[in-house]
Design a binder for this molecule. Sequence first.
Ligand SMILES: *Cc1c(COP(=O)(O)O)cnc(C)c1O
Length: 227
Amino acid sequence: MAVDQNNYNSIKKSFIETNVTLVAVSKTKPAADILELYNLGHRDFGENYVQELVQKQADLPKDIRWHFIGHLQTNKVKLIAPFVQLIQGVDSLKLLQEVNKQAQKAGRVIDCLLQVYIAREETKFGLDENEVAEIIAKALDFSGIRICGLMGMASFTDDVATIKAEFHHLKEVFDRSKKLMAANSVAAAESFKILSMGMSSDYKLAIACGSNMVRIGSLLFGERVKP
Ligand SMILES: *Cc1c(COP(=O)(O)O)cnc(C)c1O
């Protein structure tokens, strides 16, 4: 069995009567694995690579909600703009401007999360709190996008206290950013409601710290082989 249905069922069960959305991270995994979860009723899938996402979107059922969770290059936005459900890793104003432009071309409004840098690692992408505030202020009149919240990744470590502190920090940035939006636009603040944090190894802690969207790959699909 390609998908760990026991893990899937127990995670889904634990989310009943919570407001937590499970995004199944299917990067590098075959379409057949995605279909297996799809046939259990799952619709939210996350991908990191544009070419792979475009191919899977073409091959798989059209009611799948595709989340782009990787680092998105500006010149590739147009490839996913016609169908993407949520772009989770917006980490610059330049990228947001391009999403706005391509969304308008596609006749859509694209939901985005701003990616915040919370880890103590050089390799991860993301904004700091001041940059989030600047982008929020500038993006208020972008009609092709909606900033629906924040996304972040904790440090790759076994030290629970470190991870917890990083998640708490992101929750605080989220709360302050929402207030900032409310000062400008009540409607914009109402749409700002997704806090995407937590992966296979730390999703329970993330939810305890206020996450309402988790991105889980290896617990559902098994370990990935590096592409
Ligand atoms: C790959 C990936 C995940 C899933 O990681 P797992 O540890 O397999 O659950 C979650 N979020 C992002 C941004 C990823 O790139």
